[in-house]
Design a protein. Structure first.
Length: 393
């Protein structure tokens, strides 16, 4: 079949959605389907890291020429992210026209935000094309947790419900997401947990800007947002520095909370902030880190699973996870790093324990094997591709 993927972010951008849909595209192409990706023009920093133009294509892998990527201009925020309603509209409004022109696909796959899902439903209704909604999170729940005004949350929830109700099938990344999708009107929901690629060997080379220091380096790679509470790592690092020697805390990413985090850490010794890089460069940062950091603010969004945890483990690097949910259970039960509450004191002790080698840790190859067994992108993308094909059965 001809499948169109409608997504504001796509590989080689270092976002979870981009990596997830890149894997889906390859899985569909591996089965003989033709995939057309309608996405946004790459951020300049990512295009530079991957040595391709902002309108460049995708490493299609086994899909080869069966995957085509069509990039269009989009408004990005100062961190390089397509985030916020103005940025969303700059992608979603032209998306309707893009979906209404060109070859008629057999099916369309859409990702959040709900504005993109709504645009896809409208365009698909006009051309009588079914679509699948790949529900990686519930945006209205995240907005509520971030303290967004109630009117905005209700509007987002309405758009989210509109997108979910119109989908022939919904792919949810967890049982919690599936439950909330059904609450919002989704009819046919299949759970396909997120997976990541585990390379044969960990990423090599030193990323540009990696600290030249004698102490541990803690890396937070990925989205910075209020509902993730990344600022707590700044407070914990400041408290732990006297016990860590010449240490560094590095944030590599982008997001709605980037500017606030930069302001909070301004002038603080040992804290560095690196704008978004390509997925390959992010892998090098995680591979060289003493430990990576991930967090989730409890309350209302506990079903989320930060994909940065899996990306770190795939590079053989332990993680400090401050938060609730399935991610906490996985890290604790698998000996994949240190789990703690969203508490400055607990995170401080976790940093010291990992830096000194006293924390429980099964080892680099063991955690890579855990990811292969439990969270492989090969199996997850194959399962997602099967759901897309089943939508036309």
């Amino acid at each position: 079949m001809l499948v169109t993927l409608a997504t504001r972010t796509f590989t080689p951008e270092p976002t979870a959605a981009a990596l997830r849909l890149g894997a889906l595209a390859r899985a569909l192409a591996a089965g003989g389907d033709t995939v057309r990706v309608l996405t946004s023009r790459l951020a300049p920093s990512v295009a530079r890291d991957t040595r391709q133009s902002a309108d460049g294509g995708v490493d299609a892998g086994e899909g080869g020429s069966l995957i085509s990527v069509r990039r269009a201009p989009v408004l990005r925020d100062r961190t390089g992210a397509v985030r916020g309603y103005v940025s969303y509209m700059s992608f979603d409004v032209p998306l309707v026209a893009r979906l209404l022109t060109g070859p008629r696909p057999d099916i369309v796959v859409s990702e959040p935000p709900p504005t993109t899902g709504a645009a896809v439903r409208i365009a698909c209704a006009l051309r009588r094309i079914p679509y699948v909604y790949y529900c990686a999170d519930i945006v209205s729940d995240a907005a509520a947790l971030a303290g967004v005004p109630g009117l905005v949350v209700r509007t987002v929830a309405g758009l989210e419900s509109f997108a979910l109700r119109g989908a022939r099938r919904v792919i949810a990344v967890s049982d919690g997401v599936a439950r909330r999708a059904r609450d919002l009107g989704a009819r046919d929901v299949t759970v396909v947990p997120n997976g990541v690629r585990v390379p044969d060997v960990v990423a090599t080379g030193t990323p540009e800007g990696f600290p030249a220091c004698d102490g541990p380096v803690f890396v937070y790679a990925g989205t910075v947002a209020q509902w993730l509470a990344p600022e707590i790592f700044v407070d914990a690092f400041e408290r732990a520095r006297a016990r860590l020697g010449d240490a560094r805390l590095v944030f590599v990413g982008q997001g709605s909370g980037w500017d606030a985090l930069a302001e909070r850490s301004r002038g603080m010794a040992g804290v560095e902030m690196i704008p978004a890089v390509s997925a390959e460069e992010a892998d090098r940062w995680m591979a060289r880190a003493t430990a990576t950091l991930a967090s989730l603010r409890p309350g209302g969004y506990d079903y989320a699973y930060p994909t940065k945890i899996l990306a770190s483990l795939a590079q053989g690097t332990p993680v400090i996870y401050a938060g609730p949910g399935q991610a906490a259970r996985d890290v604790a039960e698998g000996g994949l790093g240190v789990v703690c509450g969203l508490d400055v004191g607990e995170i401080t002790e976790a940093m010291v324990a990992l830096a000194s080698g006293s924390a429980p840790w099964v080892g680099s190859e063991e955690v890579r094997a855990w990811v292969r067994e439990h969270r492989s992108v090969v199996s997850s993308s194959a399962a997602a591709a099967a759901v897309v094909r089943a939508a036309l059965a």
